[in-house]
Design a protein around this ligand. Structure first.
Ligand code: GTP
Ligand code: MG
Length: 211
């Protein structure tokens, strides 16, 4: 299917916070109650429509376990957006956010758009991190923020779509330099330009960096 832009995302955060479930809910509208530990990296994709523009999201779901951290790091580069996820019922997953951001600062494009997600909002009775704390952390670090539930699907669409809307806004503001492939943004094949089948050779419009 043709698209105006392709945005690459990564999903990061501690093991068990629900990264794979958020992706599955977004791509397949399903919930997986059993923890299927991600080994290395998994991949998903979906089309979205932002302000009438078709945009393809290509999403890398990384393993949260410490032993996979070096593999995860190799996926930061080339991502335009990141969903940084913690579990509102497990305080330690919130405490580790600073270390995830540190990794992102070292390995990602400096302008990568990051959406902080407090997942498992359906388990409010077991809450260990208040919404205000999540909001505050996001504000201090320049992140977008939502509480969501991969189980009920609350705010799952919004998390992926608001991130895309922010990236699109940055493109329109001219934040990107169009020659850098590592920005995680690709310009879609324009009908009428180039030979049939030339889609893969379409201009890689990258944004000098990154947002
Ligand atoms: N109640 C509830 N459970 C959830 C939610 N999201 C995920 N879970 C559960 O949390 C567990 C871990 O979910 P995963 O998506 O596999 O976690 P992950 O972050 O991908 O973990 P790693 O792959 O090890 O990094 C599973 O048992 C899920 O069913 C949610 O929103 N609400
Ligand atoms: Mg996983």
């Amino acid at each position: 299917m043709s698209y105006d832009y392709l945005f690459k995302y990564i999903i990061i955060g501690d093991t068990g916070v629900g990264k794979s479930c958020l992706l599955l809910q977004f791509t397949d509208k399903r919930f997986q109650p059993v923890h299927d530990l991600t080994i290395g990296v998994e991949f998903g994709a979906r089309m979205v429509n932002i302000e009438g523009r078709p945009i393809k999201l290509q999403i890398w779901d990384t393993a949260g376990q410490e032993s996979f951290r070096s593999i995860t790091r190799s996926y930061y580069r080339g991502a335009a957006g990141a969903l940084l996820v913690y579990d509102i019922t497990r305080r330690e997953t919130f405490n580790h956010l600073a270390s995830w951001l540190e990794d992102a600062r070292q390995h990602a494009n400096p302008n990568m758009t990051i959406m902080l997600i407090g997942n498992k909002s359906d388990l409010a009775h077991r809450r260990a991190v208040s919404r205000e704390e999540g909001e505050q952390f996001a504000k201090e670090n320049g992140l977008l923020f939502l509480e969501a539930s991969a189980r009920t699907a609350q705010h799952v669409e919004e998390a992926f779509i608001k991130t895309a809307a922010r990236i699109l806004q940055k493109i329109e503001e001219g934040v990107y330099d169009v020659s850098n492939e590592s920005s995680g943004i690709k310009l879609g094949y324009q009908r009428g330009q180039g030979a049939p089948g030339a889609r893969d050779a379409s201009v890689t419009r990258n944004a000098g960096c990154c947002n």
